[in-house]
Design a protein around this ligand. Structure first.
Ligand code: AMP
Length: 284
Protein backbone atom coordinates (compact mmCIF):
# COMPACT_ATOMS: atom_id res chain seq x y z
CA UNK A 1 0.00 0.00 0.00
CA UNK A 2 1.29 3.47 -0.87
CA UNK A 3 2.39 5.48 2.14
CA UNK A 4 -0.01 8.41 2.73
CA UNK A 5 1.78 11.71 2.24
CA UNK A 6 0.77 15.04 3.70
CA UNK A 7 -0.25 17.43 0.93
CA UNK A 8 1.78 20.62 0.98
CA UNK A 9 0.06 23.98 1.47
CA UNK A 10 -0.84 25.55 -1.89
CA UNK A 11 -0.24 29.30 -1.95
CA UNK A 12 -1.45 31.55 -4.76
CA UNK A 13 -0.62 35.13 -3.83
CA UNK A 14 2.51 37.09 -2.99
CA UNK A 15 0.89 38.19 0.29
CA UNK A 16 0.04 34.65 1.40
CA UNK A 17 3.54 33.48 0.47
CA UNK A 18 5.04 36.25 2.62
CA UNK A 19 2.81 35.21 5.55
CA UNK A 20 3.57 31.49 5.24
CA UNK A 21 7.32 32.00 4.92
CA UNK A 22 7.51 34.35 7.91
CA UNK A 23 6.62 31.36 10.12
CA UNK A 24 8.61 28.69 8.24
CA UNK A 25 11.60 26.89 9.74
CA UNK A 26 14.93 27.84 8.19
CA UNK A 27 16.97 27.21 6.16
CA UNK A 28 14.55 27.44 3.24
CA UNK A 29 15.19 25.74 -0.11
CA UNK A 30 13.47 27.04 -3.26
CA UNK A 31 12.79 24.90 -6.35
CA UNK A 32 11.41 26.96 -9.27
CA UNK A 33 9.57 24.90 -11.93
CA UNK A 34 6.99 25.20 -14.69
CA UNK A 35 5.10 22.13 -13.43
CA UNK A 36 4.28 18.89 -15.29
CA UNK A 37 6.68 17.48 -12.73
CA UNK A 38 8.82 14.42 -13.44
CA UNK A 39 11.71 12.60 -11.77
CA UNK A 40 14.11 15.38 -12.80
CA UNK A 41 12.12 17.89 -10.75
CA UNK A 42 11.74 15.32 -7.96
CA UNK A 43 15.53 15.03 -7.71
CA UNK A 44 15.75 18.80 -7.14
CA UNK A 45 12.98 18.77 -4.51
CA UNK A 46 14.54 15.80 -2.70
CA UNK A 47 17.96 17.49 -2.69
CA UNK A 48 16.35 20.67 -1.33
CA UNK A 49 14.58 18.56 1.33
CA UNK A 50 17.87 16.91 2.34
CA UNK A 51 19.66 20.29 2.64
CA UNK A 52 16.96 22.49 4.24
CA UNK A 53 14.32 22.54 7.01
CA UNK A 54 11.61 23.82 4.66
CA UNK A 55 11.13 23.41 0.90
CA UNK A 56 9.13 25.75 -1.33
CA UNK A 57 8.36 24.61 -4.89
CA UNK A 58 7.04 27.17 -7.35
CA UNK A 59 4.94 26.19 -10.36
CA UNK A 60 4.54 28.93 -12.92
CA UNK A 61 4.35 28.52 -16.69
CA UNK A 62 5.99 31.84 -17.42
CA UNK A 63 4.58 33.36 -20.61
CA UNK A 64 7.52 35.78 -20.91
CA UNK A 65 10.06 33.02 -21.50
CA UNK A 66 8.18 31.37 -24.37
CA UNK A 67 9.26 32.79 -27.69
CA UNK A 68 6.61 30.67 -29.49
CA UNK A 69 3.02 31.09 -28.31
CA UNK A 70 2.10 27.61 -29.63
CA UNK A 71 4.74 26.12 -27.29
CA UNK A 72 3.22 28.08 -24.37
CA UNK A 73 -0.32 26.91 -25.22
CA UNK A 74 0.80 23.27 -25.64
CA UNK A 75 2.88 23.23 -22.46
CA UNK A 76 1.55 20.35 -20.28
CA UNK A 77 -0.26 21.31 -17.04
CA UNK A 78 -1.51 19.03 -14.23
CA UNK A 79 -1.75 20.92 -10.95
CA UNK A 80 -3.31 18.16 -8.80
CA UNK A 81 -0.66 15.60 -9.77
CA UNK A 82 2.11 18.19 -9.30
CA UNK A 83 1.00 19.05 -5.75
CA UNK A 84 0.99 15.35 -4.81
CA UNK A 85 4.48 14.89 -6.29
CA UNK A 86 5.76 17.93 -4.37
CA UNK A 87 4.40 16.50 -1.10
CA UNK A 88 5.86 13.05 -1.67
CA UNK A 89 9.28 14.58 -2.42
CA UNK A 90 9.28 16.65 0.78
CA UNK A 91 7.94 20.10 -0.11
CA UNK A 92 6.01 22.00 2.58
CA UNK A 93 4.73 24.77 0.33
CA UNK A 94 3.80 25.01 -3.34
CA UNK A 95 3.45 28.51 -4.77
CA UNK A 96 1.17 28.47 -7.84
CA UNK A 97 0.58 32.10 -8.78
CA UNK A 98 -1.53 33.39 -11.65
CA UNK A 99 0.13 35.40 -14.42
CA UNK A 100 -1.43 38.57 -12.94
CA UNK A 101 0.03 37.77 -9.50
CA UNK A 102 3.55 37.60 -10.91
CA UNK A 103 3.05 40.47 -13.39
CA UNK A 104 0.44 42.74 -11.77
CA UNK A 105 -1.14 45.61 -13.72
CA UNK A 106 1.47 48.29 -14.30
CA UNK A 107 4.37 45.83 -14.18
CA UNK A 108 7.24 47.26 -16.21
CA UNK A 109 10.51 45.81 -14.94
CA UNK A 110 12.78 43.48 -16.82
CA UNK A 111 16.05 41.78 -15.88
CA UNK A 112 18.46 41.24 -18.76
CA UNK A 113 21.83 39.51 -18.39
CA UNK A 114 24.54 40.33 -20.96
CA UNK A 115 26.69 38.24 -23.32
CA UNK A 116 26.12 34.91 -21.54
CA UNK A 117 22.54 35.01 -22.84
CA UNK A 118 23.52 35.63 -26.48
CA UNK A 119 24.69 32.25 -27.87
CA UNK A 120 22.99 28.81 -27.94
CA UNK A 121 19.49 28.98 -26.41
CA UNK A 122 19.63 32.78 -26.43
CA UNK A 123 20.32 32.87 -30.19
CA UNK A 124 17.70 30.21 -30.94
CA UNK A 125 15.00 31.66 -28.67
CA UNK A 126 14.94 35.49 -28.77
CA UNK A 127 13.71 36.97 -25.49
CA UNK A 128 13.77 33.62 -23.69
CA UNK A 129 16.44 34.44 -21.11
CA UNK A 130 15.05 37.89 -20.36
CA UNK A 131 11.80 36.13 -19.47
CA UNK A 132 13.66 33.58 -17.34
CA UNK A 133 15.81 36.08 -15.44
CA UNK A 134 12.88 38.42 -14.84
CA UNK A 135 10.72 35.70 -13.29
CA UNK A 136 13.60 34.06 -11.39
CA UNK A 137 14.57 37.45 -9.93
CA UNK A 138 10.98 37.88 -8.72
CA UNK A 139 10.82 34.35 -7.27
CA UNK A 140 14.22 34.64 -5.55
CA UNK A 141 13.16 37.97 -4.06
CA UNK A 142 9.74 36.76 -2.90
CA UNK A 143 11.17 33.55 -1.38
CA UNK A 144 14.32 34.99 0.22
CA UNK A 145 15.55 31.40 0.45
CA UNK A 146 18.97 30.33 1.69
CA UNK A 147 19.32 28.04 -1.36
CA UNK A 148 17.69 27.63 -4.78
CA UNK A 149 17.97 24.49 -6.91
CA UNK A 150 18.42 24.37 -10.69
CA UNK A 151 19.08 21.46 -13.06
CA UNK A 152 22.24 21.03 -15.11
CA UNK A 153 19.82 19.97 -17.88
CA UNK A 154 19.39 23.70 -18.62
CA UNK A 155 23.11 24.43 -18.40
CA UNK A 156 22.99 27.91 -19.90
CA UNK A 157 20.04 28.87 -17.68
CA UNK A 158 22.04 27.78 -14.63
CA UNK A 159 25.02 29.94 -15.66
CA UNK A 160 22.79 32.92 -16.42
CA UNK A 161 20.91 32.64 -13.11
CA UNK A 162 24.19 32.37 -11.17
CA UNK A 163 25.51 35.46 -12.97
CA UNK A 164 22.31 37.39 -12.25
CA UNK A 165 22.24 36.43 -8.55
CA UNK A 166 25.86 37.47 -8.17
CA UNK A 167 25.43 40.73 -10.10
CA UNK A 168 22.27 41.77 -8.21
CA UNK A 169 23.64 40.80 -4.79
CA UNK A 170 20.94 38.17 -4.25
CA UNK A 171 22.21 36.18 -1.27
CA UNK A 172 20.51 32.89 -2.18
CA UNK A 173 23.03 30.15 -2.96
CA UNK A 174 22.39 28.69 -6.44
CA UNK A 175 22.75 24.89 -6.25
CA UNK A 176 23.28 22.83 -9.45
CA UNK A 177 21.71 19.36 -9.71
CA UNK A 178 22.70 16.58 -12.16
CA UNK A 179 20.61 15.60 -15.20
CA UNK A 180 18.09 12.79 -14.61
CA UNK A 181 17.63 10.49 -17.63
CA UNK A 182 15.39 7.70 -18.85
CA UNK A 183 16.98 4.24 -19.07
CA UNK A 184 17.68 4.81 -22.79
CA UNK A 185 19.53 8.06 -22.07
CA UNK A 186 16.83 10.60 -22.98
CA UNK A 187 16.96 13.49 -20.49
CA UNK A 188 13.64 13.85 -18.68
CA UNK A 189 11.67 16.87 -19.85
CA UNK A 190 8.08 18.01 -19.49
CA UNK A 191 8.03 18.25 -23.29
CA UNK A 192 8.78 14.51 -23.76
CA UNK A 193 5.06 13.66 -23.34
CA UNK A 194 4.38 15.57 -26.56
CA UNK A 195 6.59 13.25 -28.64
CA UNK A 196 4.84 10.69 -30.86
CA UNK A 197 5.87 7.06 -30.33
CA UNK A 198 8.22 7.24 -33.33
CA UNK A 199 9.74 10.54 -32.14
CA UNK A 200 10.15 9.15 -28.63
CA UNK A 201 12.01 6.15 -30.06
CA UNK A 202 14.29 8.53 -32.01
CA UNK A 203 14.91 11.02 -29.18
CA UNK A 204 17.83 9.18 -27.49
CA UNK A 205 19.84 10.33 -30.55
CA UNK A 206 20.74 13.46 -28.53
CA UNK A 207 22.42 11.38 -25.86
CA UNK A 208 24.09 9.16 -28.47
CA UNK A 209 25.49 12.24 -30.21
CA UNK A 210 26.86 13.67 -26.96
CA UNK A 211 28.44 10.32 -26.09
CA UNK A 212 29.96 10.02 -29.58
CA UNK A 213 31.66 13.39 -29.09
CA UNK A 214 32.73 12.51 -25.57
CA UNK A 215 34.26 9.25 -26.85
CA UNK A 216 36.37 11.27 -29.30
CA UNK A 217 37.42 13.57 -26.45
CA UNK A 218 38.27 10.58 -24.22
CA UNK A 219 40.37 9.16 -27.07
CA UNK A 220 42.43 12.36 -27.01
CA UNK A 221 40.75 14.53 -29.67
CA UNK A 222 40.99 18.23 -28.75
CA UNK A 223 39.78 19.84 -31.98
CA UNK A 224 36.35 21.20 -31.04
CA UNK A 225 35.13 21.18 -34.65
CA UNK A 226 35.78 17.44 -34.84
CA UNK A 227 33.63 16.93 -31.72
CA UNK A 228 30.85 19.08 -33.23
CA UNK A 229 31.11 17.03 -36.45
CA UNK A 230 30.81 13.79 -34.44
CA UNK A 231 27.56 15.09 -32.93
CA UNK A 232 26.23 16.21 -36.35
CA UNK A 233 27.02 12.83 -37.95
CA UNK A 234 25.24 10.90 -35.18
CA UNK A 235 22.16 13.14 -35.40
CA UNK A 236 22.13 12.89 -39.22
CA UNK A 237 21.69 9.12 -38.89
CA UNK A 238 18.31 9.73 -37.21
CA UNK A 239 15.80 10.84 -39.89
CA UNK A 240 13.27 12.29 -37.39
CA UNK A 241 15.89 14.50 -35.72
CA UNK A 242 16.27 18.07 -37.03
CA UNK A 243 19.27 19.63 -35.26
CA UNK A 244 19.07 23.35 -34.46
CA UNK A 245 22.59 23.70 -33.15
CA UNK A 246 25.45 21.60 -31.82
CA UNK A 247 28.07 23.25 -29.67
CA UNK A 248 31.42 22.66 -28.04
CA UNK A 249 31.89 25.75 -25.90
CA UNK A 250 33.85 27.23 -23.03
CA UNK A 251 31.71 26.30 -19.99
CA UNK A 252 32.30 29.69 -18.35
CA UNK A 253 31.63 32.05 -21.28
CA UNK A 254 29.74 29.70 -23.66
CA UNK A 255 31.91 30.97 -26.53
CA UNK A 256 32.55 28.29 -29.19
CA UNK A 257 35.98 26.67 -28.86
CA UNK A 258 38.54 25.90 -31.56
CA UNK A 259 41.09 23.95 -29.57
CA UNK A 260 39.99 22.38 -26.26
CA UNK A 261 42.56 23.31 -23.63
CA UNK A 262 40.47 23.13 -20.45
CA UNK A 263 36.93 22.02 -19.63
CA UNK A 264 34.29 22.20 -22.36
CA UNK A 265 30.51 21.97 -22.56
CA UNK A 266 29.01 19.86 -25.34
CA UNK A 267 25.40 20.84 -25.99
CA UNK A 268 22.65 20.73 -28.59
CA UNK A 269 19.07 21.57 -29.45
CA UNK A 270 17.18 19.19 -31.74
CA UNK A 271 13.63 19.32 -33.07
CA UNK A 272 11.41 16.28 -33.45
CA UNK A 273 8.43 17.68 -35.31
CA UNK A 274 6.96 20.44 -33.10
CA UNK A 275 8.93 19.37 -30.01
CA UNK A 276 12.29 20.95 -29.29
CA UNK A 277 14.67 19.05 -27.00
CA UNK A 278 17.99 20.12 -25.47
CA UNK A 279 20.75 18.16 -23.79
CA UNK A 280 24.36 18.66 -22.75
CA UNK A 281 27.45 16.95 -21.40
CA UNK A 282 30.44 18.53 -19.71
CA UNK A 283 33.93 17.23 -20.53
CA UNK A 284 36.23 15.97 -19.14
P1 AMP B 1 11.24 23.39 -15.88
O1 AMP B 1 10.00 22.98 -15.15
O2 AMP B 1 11.46 22.68 -17.16
O3 AMP B 1 11.40 24.88 -15.97
O4 AMP B 1 12.44 22.89 -14.97
C1 AMP B 1 12.54 23.28 -13.61
C2 AMP B 1 13.90 22.90 -13.09
O5 AMP B 1 14.06 21.48 -13.20
C3 AMP B 1 15.04 23.53 -13.90
O6 AMP B 1 16.05 23.95 -13.00
C4 AMP B 1 15.49 22.41 -14.78
O7 AMP B 1 16.85 22.50 -15.15
C5 AMP B 1 15.26 21.20 -13.88
N1 AMP B 1 15.15 19.99 -14.67
C6 AMP B 1 14.32 19.77 -15.73
N2 AMP B 1 14.54 18.55 -16.26
C7 AMP B 1 15.54 17.99 -15.54
C8 AMP B 1 16.24 16.74 -15.61
N3 AMP B 1 15.95 15.83 -16.53
N4 AMP B 1 17.21 16.52 -14.70
C9 AMP B 1 17.52 17.45 -13.75
N5 AMP B 1 16.90 18.64 -13.64
C10 AMP B 1 15.93 18.91 -14.52
Amino acid sequence: MARPVALPAVIRTRADLHQALSRARRPLGLVPTMGALHEGHVSLIEKAHADNATVLVTIFVNPRQFNESADFEAYPRDEAADVRICGAAGASFVFIPSVEEIYPPGFQTSVRVGPLTEPLEGAARPGHFEGVTTVVAILLTLAGAERAYFGQKDAQQLLVVRRMAQDLGIATEIVACPIVREADGLALSSRNVRLTAAQRAAAPALRRALLAARARYDAGERDAEILRAAMRVTLAAEPLAAPEYVSCADPATLGELDEIEGPALLSMAVRFGAVRLIDNEPVP
